[in-house]
Design a protein around this ligand. Structure first.
Ligand code: SF4
Length: 120
């Protein structure tokens, strides 16, 4: 199954809940939080795992085996237009200076350009 393919409403709701908890959620807590029975929760998690959207790591809670469920993060392509202020590319792309973002004149000039470009 491809990522995010054929997810139903319960799958989407579960995935959204997991994304809100970046440190992970124990499976033994998850089914209660999303208000489904544990068997349904297992089916949803299997589907999300097969789609490569989550990872399950075996763990224990109060001596009982369960899984820590975390969302798998993948790098996404950056929209190149976000690097541009008018015709000027963000200076950080080709910068070999000692970086001090708070005091960088090059970045400050680029941000002004970005603001002016947005106002036009
Ligand atoms: S903030 Fe300034 S110094 Fe830092 S990488 Fe960008 S251009 Fe270079």
């Amino acid at each position: 199954m491809s990522r995010e393919a054929e997810l139903n409403e319960a799958d989407e709701k579960t995935f959204a809940y997991l994304k809100e908890h970046p440190k992970g959620v124990l499976q033994s807590d998850l089914w209660k939080a999303i208000e489904v029975d544990s068997r349904t929760c297992s089916r949803i998690l299997k589907k999300l795992e097969d789609a490569g959207l989550i990872a399950r790591e075996e763990t224990k809670k109060d001596g009982t085996r369960t899984y820590l469920i975390t969302v798998v993060h993948t790098s996404q392509a950056v929209d190149p237009s976000l690097l541009m202020a008018g015709e000027y590319i963000v200076p950080c792309v080709a910068c070999d200076e000692e970086c001090t973002v708070e005091h960088c004149k090059m970045l400050e000039d680029w941000i002004y350009e970005l603001v002016f470009d947005e106002l036009e």
